[in-house]
Design a protein around this ligand. Structure first.
Ligand SMILES: Nc1ncnc2c1ncn2[C@@H]1O[C@H](COP(=O)(O)OP(=O)(O)OP(=O)(O)O)[C@@H](O)[C@H]1O
Ligand SMILES: [Mg+2]
Length: 225
């Protein structure tokens, strides 16, 4: 099983983020995929996801299938306030559920969960959220301690909260061209940020730079994966 951690996928439209996300998630056994775009439908079916559209139905389904495993595509209504609220509520539920089960069965005996969020800028925007909406930012800090993996993708790293993009163990950077996004990349690259942003601006579609523990490797998605 993959190591616990938070993985970020960044790149412009059609650069390869959702394809990479699908490939990462194939190794996970209990997955909630949060994506408001109806365009996900064909590919979600192919990857074995069942579609769920309300938070209460999702909670019920996860509780029923917690030990056996599940793949749920949560598709909220595409309303900005609801995106932020539902991501926060799902995150709170996942952390509480893991902690309750850890108390009951022991931390080492509970299964790993994965929350994957596509098009993150829409549901975890780059401004402070009220306490009522901060479930996902709390999970970014504490998820690993609850055996929860996080995978997030966005076209606009500059528009996603640093609570996510500042906390990642692993990043896949696809091509980006907007100056604000390249500045966000430079921040993520710390001392080598400038050099990293330049390299990212020159990537072709499907090419990426993978960053993990300060190491950079280049790669390219190929089909079939
Ligand atoms: N089976 C396949 N064979 C060849 N190319 C494919 C296949 N599946 C996807 N692609 C190509 O991969 C590219 C990347 O698609 P992907 O959906 O991963 O991009 P993305 O970064 O998530 O884009 P967006 O931000 O618009 O969602 C697309 O140009 C698509 O045409
Ligand atoms: Mg995509």
């Amino acid at each position: 099983m993959a190591k616990f951690g938070r993985i970020g996928l960044f790149g412009r439209s059609q650069s390869g983020k959702s394809t990479m996300m699908d490939r990462i998630l194939r190794h996970h056994r209990r997955v909630i995929l949060f994506d408001a775009l109806p365009a996900r439908a064909a590919n979600a079916a192919q990857e074995g996801y069942t579609q769920i559209t309300s938070v209460s139905d999702l909670i019920e389904a996860v509780q029923a299938n917690y030990w056996d495993g599940f793949r749920y595509w949560f598709k909220p209504d595409d309303d900005e306030d609801y995106l932020v609220l539902s991501l926060s509520d799902i995150s709170k539920f996942m952390v509480d559920h893991q902690n309750q089960n850890a108390d009951r069965y022991g931390f080492d005996n509970i299964p790993e969960l994965t929350l994957a969020v596509d098009e993150m800028a829409d549901c975890f925007p780059n401004h402070n959220l009220s306490k009522k909406l901060n479930g996902f930012s709390r999970m970014c800090r504490s998820g690993r301690h609850s055996r929860i993996h996080l995978v997030g993708a966005t076209q606009r790293p500059a528009e996603v909260s640093t609570k996510f993009r500042g906390q990642l163990e692993k990043r896949f950077l696809f091509n980006l061209t907007e100056p604000a996004d390249l500045r966000a990349v430079a921040e993520m690259g710390a001392a080598r940020g400038r050099e990293l942003a330049d390299a990212v601006s020159l990537l072709k579609p499907l090419e990426y730079i993978r960053m993990e523990n300060g190491a950079y490797t280049r790669g390219k998605l190929s089909f079939p994966g």
